[in-house]
Design a protein around this ligand. Structure first.
Ligand code: ADP
Length: 625
């Protein structure tokens, strides 16, 4: 029975790699995992900033000096009206307002603001959803002048409150509203907003944004904040305009976002850039607008793609370890592992430059786990190889002890006899002849022992020349049985031979005889007295697939048998089972390893079935000539 011993550790490694990827993916789905991925995103966001561009939007800011001048929050509408009046002559393309307009204010201020709204084309006013799920809209006198109403909800990360994306749509009750920025873009380019499950289309711009839940926050958009070098979206405050009315020219043809930037207003958010300094909400609206207008969309990679790439990377690690284990120095696998780890870091960065948000954690974790488990695997394999070598060494030493012990007996006999012959010249002829015959027989036995020992080594080294001749199987079996019968008699064991099909084998007859004789003597050796050994043969018809070109030869005994674990090891050099050792029968544990070599060299296989205490069946499956 030949076991593919090489494959078992490799399979274990493959399983470890697969487990690494599964664990990597699973951990990256946890809340903590997502957090890590967010930090990686922020890192790439800062590291790979786009080149500055000319913004098509501008912020009309109600800042601290403006509030101071117009009387704080009470004067907000006055400031707003003043700002709109100042920029109107410059003809902005659209104006989006993020100031609460949901209730009536002072009569004069509201009247002035309404007039200013009426004079503003492409006006977008804000709305937001209250806690009870209803919309808080601008009062009708203002709403009447709006080209569109846009929602001004933010989307802050659940865990760290960083504003990475914006909801393009919000639903309250059964009413859905697009975001203020999207509406500002929409009223500017005209037409309608077309929806599909995967994207929104405004004019010629396709915004990739999946519809997740039509009645919550259906569609998210990752905001591309302007690079730090750009210094944010341009801003001019109402107070500045009052002081320098010529600044109004800067609003010409722009989409204007009007909102409170005074820090005390509390409308500030953290962005991936501003870890310490919050950005006013109105600037985030304008950034969302720039993302759409410049089509700088960041799309999330598909989960399956991330899983596939993680698997490829982890497999590369496993492959490096599998290919170098045992034969090459460890540093090659280690270097390969570092290279794969670097590659796993490069993937998200390269993807980011191609506007794809690639999750960092799954690949990184998969590779790290793969490296750890591969290193562990290597340790185990090396240790096992060492253990095996150790075991083989002790078995070899024991066999050597046995052989030297065995050799001593014939040597003593030869020595004694030859001494007697030389000392007593006047020895009777008959006695002299008997001694000479004994010397001859014992030296032949010695030669055979040495021959057997050497043939194992030569066979396994492939140095043994194998003859190529045709010979009948039945002849070989007959010769072996005849020799083995003499050996079996001492234990009163009967060897029964069933009819052998008349077929020829091709190869080395002497070696084949050695193999079959060995199986026969083992069967006798490891059986109690007065049992039976049976030799039977059949052609390939016994196989599940009919193979007429094969012939099977089975040697069956009623002996001590072996358990499954022992069966697996009997072809190892110098291996003997415990029960064989205890049986008192002498042996080296190399016979079967030679038998296996011979059979495989003849293109055949050997199978063992055995049960402790019941007996064993050794079957040779041989090729017909
Ligand atoms: P040896 O017989 O010299 O020990 P082998 O290589 O021929 O060496 O056999 C290896 C081992 O396989 C034996 O020591 C014995 O434990 C087991 N074995 C071989 N043949 C049989 C058999 N017919 N029944 C039970 N055990 C066997």
């Amino acid at each position: 029975m030949s076991f593919p011993k090489q494959n078992k550790p490799r399979l274990a490694l493959a399983a470890l790699i697969a487990a690494s990827v599964v664990l990597g993916m699973a951990l990256s789905w946890t809340a903590l995992g997502r957090q890590f991925d967010n930090y990686a995103y922020d890192f790439l966001f800062r590291a790979l900033q786009p080149d500055p561009w000319d913004a098509t939007s501008i912020i009309l800011a109600i800042d601290e000096p403006t509030l101071a001048k117009y009387g704080g929050n009470a004067g907000l509408r006055g400031a707003l009206a003043a700002g709109l009046e100042r920029i109107a002559p410059a003809k902005p393309a659209a104006v989006a307002i993020d100031v609460v307009l949901a209730e009536n204010g002072l009569r004069d201020a509201d009247a002035r603001l309404e007039t200013a709204f009426a004079a503003t084309p492409n006006l977008v006013l804000p709305a937001y959803i209250l806690r009870d799920g209803t919309w808080e809209n601008p009062i009708p006198r203002f709403a009447a002048h709006a080209a569109a109403i846009g929602q001004v909800h933010a989307s802050l990360d659940k865990f760290d409150s960083v504003s990475r994306e914006a909801p393009l749509m919000k639903a309250g009750g059964r009413i859905r509203r697009w975001s203020l920025a999207l509406e500002a873009f929409h009223v500017r380019v005209g037409g309608t907003i077309l929806e599909s499950p995967e994207e929104l289309v405004v004019g010629s711009v396709h915004i990739p944004s999946t519809l997740k839940d039509a009645f919550v926050d259906g569609r998210m958009l990752r905001i591309r904040y302007p690079p730090v070098k750009m210094g944010g979206i341009p801003q001019i405050s109402v107070a500045e305009l009052d002081a320098n009315p010529a600044l109004a020219a800067k609003f010409s043809g722009k989409t204007v976002f009007v909102g409170v930037t005074a820090q005390a207003s509390g409308d500030n958010r953290i962005t991936p850039y501003s870890n310490t300094e919050p950005v006013p909400g109105i600037e985030i609206n304008a950034s969302e607008y720039e993302t759409i207008a410049r089509r700088m969309f960041l799309v999330d990679a598909r989960w399956l793609a991330a899983a596939a790439v993680s698997l490829v990377l982890a497999s590369l690690v496993g492959l490096a370890f599998a290919l170098t284990s045992g034969t090459r120095p460890d540093w090659i696998a280690n270097a390969a592992a570092v290279a794969v780890l670097a590659a796993s870091q490069a993937v998200p960065a390269v993807a980011f430059t191609r506007s794809t948000v690639w999750p960092w954690l799954p690949g990184t974790l998969s590779v790290v786990f793969a490296i750890a488990s591969s290193a562990f695997w290597r340790q185990m394999v090396v240790r096992r190889a060492l253990n095996q070598a150790d075991a083989e060494k002790t078995r070899y030493q024991r066999a050597m002890q046995f052989v030297t012990h065995e050799m001593r007996t014939p040597l003593t006999a030869i020595q004694g006899s030859s001494e007697l012959i030389s000392r007593y010249g006047a020895m009777p002829e008959a006695k002299r002849k008997q001694m000479a015959e004994m010397i001859n027989a014992e030296s032949k036995r010695l030669a055979r022992m040495i021959e057997t020992f050497l043939s194992v080594e030569r066979l396994s080294a492939g140095q043994m020349d194998m003859k190529q001749e045709r010979f009948p199987l039945a002849d070989v079996v007959e010769a072996c049985v005849a020799r083995a019968r003499a050996y079996a008699e001492r234990k009163s064991i009967e060897i029964e031979v069933e009819p052998i099909p008349s077929c020829e084998l091709q190869g080395d007859r002497e070696l084949m005889e050695y193999a079959i004789y060995n199986l026969l003597t083992n069967a006798v050796k490891y059986s109690p007295e007065r049992t039976r050994v049976t030799v039977l043969s059949e052609d390939g018809r016994g196989d599940r697939v009919h193979v007429a070109s094969l012939v099977r030869l089975t040697i069956q005994d009623q002996g001590i048998g072996m358990d499954k674990k022992e069966v697996r090891r009997v072809f190892e050099k110098f291996y003997r089972t415990k029960s064989a050792e205890q049986s008192g029968e002498l042996g080296t544990g190399i016979g079967l390893s030679i038998v296996e070599q011979i059979v495989t060299q003849h293109g055949g296989t050997i199978q063992v079935e055995s049960e402790p205490g019941k007996g064993s069946r050794f079957t040779l499956v041989l090729k017909r000539a």
